[in-house]
Design a protein around this ligand. Structure first.
Ligand SMILES: O=C(O)COP(=O)(O)O
Ligand SMILES: [Mg+2]
Length: 232
């Protein structure tokens, strides 16, 4: 982040792969949906790189592992409904917070930052999950993959936060685990910090065009505090 630039006033935080390790929930829901079609379960190693582009793409990709695109298209509506049913039945049961998340959110709040959560997860999954994991109270705003006509990597949801907070994008930092978050932030004109422990579509985190890799949300808070000390 550039010394002497505007102070950071808000942070937009991603959910899957950044605050919560949700791979085991995805595994349960996707394999439940696959079983309904007589398909064998797939492992977390196969599922992990598929996460981050929203539910529709995930359901489609999980069927394309076995089927031709035409067959996936024909079964898609039923598959999506089945996936949603399975996901809602187990939402959060197998997911855990990454280290430093609560400490990081507390530290970001203590810096006076306003917080928003922007995820590509549908709102029907996101809202109960944030509540169950004790995260809901931290966020003034929560946007899911279906909150706007376009989701990350489009800048639309991030620009929605900037405008709701009445802040310029250069006063806002996005913190995420994937190139999806970084592309959205770059296009919006926000800063972007990357955590290295998430999914990033199976690609090395060093490939992400980011303003820095931080080991945890707590580390991100320390970096933002240092940046804000360089501003007037
Ligand atoms: O694609 C999803 O369902 C969620 O991904 P995100 O929370 O990392 O945006
Ligand atoms: Mg993510």
């Amino acid at each position: 982040m550039r010394a002497g630039a505007a102070a950071i006033r808000a942070a937009i935080i991603d959910l899957d792969g950044t605050m919560l390790d949700t791979v085991p929930d995805f595994e349960a829901a996707l394999n439940g949906m696959r079983a309904d079609f007589g398909l064998a379960p797939v492992t977390q190693d196969i599922i992990k790189p598929l996460i981050g582009k929203g539910s529709e793409k995930l359901v489609r990709d999980a069927l394309l592992l076995d089927w031709e695109p035409e067959r996936v298209d024909a079964a898609f509506d039923e598959a999506r409904a089945g996936y949603q049913r399975h996901y809602l039945a187990i939402n959060g049961d197998h997911s855990t917070l990454f280290d430093g998340v609560l400490e990081g959110l507390d530290a970001l709040k203590a810096l006076g930052l306003r917080l928003a959560c922007v995820t590509n997860k549908p709102m029907a999954f996101t809202t109960p999950l944030l509540t169950q994991k004790g995260l809901a109270g931290y966020f003034e705003l929560v946007y899911g993959g279906d909150s706007f006509p376009k989701k990350k990597p489009d800048p639309m949801p991030l620009l929605g936060v900037c405008s709701a907070f009445d802040l310029s994008p250069i006063q806002v930092v996005a913190i995420g685990d994937s190139s999806n978050d970084a592309e959205s932030a770059r296009a919006a004109g926000c800063y972007v910090l990357t955590v290295p422990y998430g999914y990033n579509h199976g690609r090395p985190v060093q490939e992400i065009n980011s303003d820095g890799i931080v080991s945890s949300l707590l580390d991100a808070a320390h970096l933002i505090a240092a940046h804000n000390r360089t501003t007037t």
